[in-house]
Design a protein around this ligand. Structure first.
Ligand code: NAD
Ligand code: COI
Length: 334
């Protein structure tokens, strides 16, 4: 039995070595390259592949895997919006993801972004760079005075709510599916409009679909409170960047904490040395603002998460190869 893994980074190798040691009968080979039409042939002779990337999985790459007789793909992450389900179905692939590698990693990151905006940390950092140890005008706000709108109460959104309640914030939530525990607490509002109307901070924790692409657009922003903070640790394409920039320019939006960005693959994962060198004009515009905090899709990036991403993805791929049906098979037929 052989599993081939794409996009393996150095920080994943200790967990991978552990998994290999626990499965001496499985041959594991890997590359640092992501899965593309050019790198797909590297999996020749394997029964399944494990992969992780934020760039699209192209039909050409999947066709090469198909020609190699590979049927099982296990991603090491949650979101599978970079696959076309039609391609997976046409080519008869079974896909697994890692739905719960560490919701806390992302939830904590979202709450930290809020805290950094509330306490104006980037402005204080700039003052420190100038040896300025004064208070004014960088006065902050407290979580307990905020109404925080959580869009999506799945694995991550629910941990966000728990943490925020610990800080004493008022939480309102919106989801197409009502989680019984959140329902019991009476946190759901009936519509996004209502959540936008009530919230001082809005944080996004929904998957990306065609139907919610650019859900945060001019019309949505117009329904929000003046000075609202927007946090996005889900997917960049949930926010129309032009509308965000317009809202920041007018002051309608008070600040944003963005772990993900539309077209982030043009910028993330590379060193630009200075914000002036960022080649994407809209991202450069955002990165220059003191009330916008950008992190490079790193909300997930904790030791616990990396360990679980490796272990669960390889366990799932092996289970598929052995003809079992792991619980985390993605339903690509809906
Ligand atoms: P989840 O599936 O557990 O929860 C998603 C929730 O969104 C569900 O409760 C679902 O009912 C709800 N939902 C779906 N469509 C909706 C809509 N149109 N309106 C309102 N609610 C809707 O997923 P999760 O583990 O909480 O992850 C959420 C997203 O976070 C992932 O899909 C992924 O895109 C993103 N993510 C980002 C990182 C990161 O590092 N930044 C890491 C992991 C996941
Ligand atoms: C996810 O797990 O969906 C993420 O966004 C993390 C990233 C490494 C792709």
């Amino acid at each position: 039995m052989k599993i081939f893994a794409y996009g393996i980074r150095e920080d994943e190798q200790p967990a991978l070595k552990k998994w290999q040691a626990a499965h001496p009968d499985v041959e594991v080979a890997f590359t640092e390259y992501t899965l593309t039409a050019d790198s797909a042939h590297l999996a020749e002779g394997s029964n399944g592949v494990v992969t992780l990337q934020t760039s699209p999985y192209t039909r050409e790459a999947l066709e090469v895997l198909h020609q190699l007789g590979i049927k099982y793909i296990s991603i090491r992450n949650v979101g599978f919006d970079n696959f076309e389900f039609k391609d997976l179905n046409d080519l008869d692939f079974t896909l697994t993801n890692v739905p719960v590698y560490s919701p806390n990693a992302i939830a904590e990151h979202a709450v930290i972004l809020m805290g950094r905006l509330l306490r104006r940390v980037p402005e204080f950092d700039q003052k420190m760079d100038n040896g300025d140890f004064t208070w004014s005008p960088t006065i902050g706000k407290e979580y307990r005075e905020q109404t925080i709108g959580v869009v999506g109460t799945g694995h991550i959104g629910r941990v966000v709510i728990q943490i925020l309640q610990g800080f004493g914030a008022k939480v309102v939530a919106y989801d197409v599916y009502h989680n019984p525990d959140i329902e019991k607490q009476g946190l759901y509002v009936d519509s996004l409009e209502e959540l936008y109307k009530q919230s001082d901070i809005i944080t996004l924790h929904v998957p990306l679909f065609d139907s919610n692409k650019y859900m945060i657009n001019d019309e949505a922003i117009a329904q929000m409170k003046d000075g609202v903070y927007i946090i996005n640790c889900a997917r960049g394409e949930l926010i129309d960047t032009d509308a965000l920039i317009k809202g920041l320019d007018s002051g309608k939006i008070g600040g944003a904490g963005l772990d993900v960005l539309d077209d982030e693959n043009s910028v993330f994962g590379k060193v630009w040395s200075s914000v002036d060198n960022i080649p994407n004009e809209k991202i450069r515009n955002l990165a220059k603002r003191l009330n916008v905090i950008i992190t490079p899709h790193s909300a997930f990036y904790t030791e616990t998460a990396i360990h679980n991403m490796i272990t669960t993805s390889f366990d799932s791929n092996l289970a598929l190869i052995e003809g079992k049906k792991p619980q985390n098979i993605v339903d690509t037929h809906k």
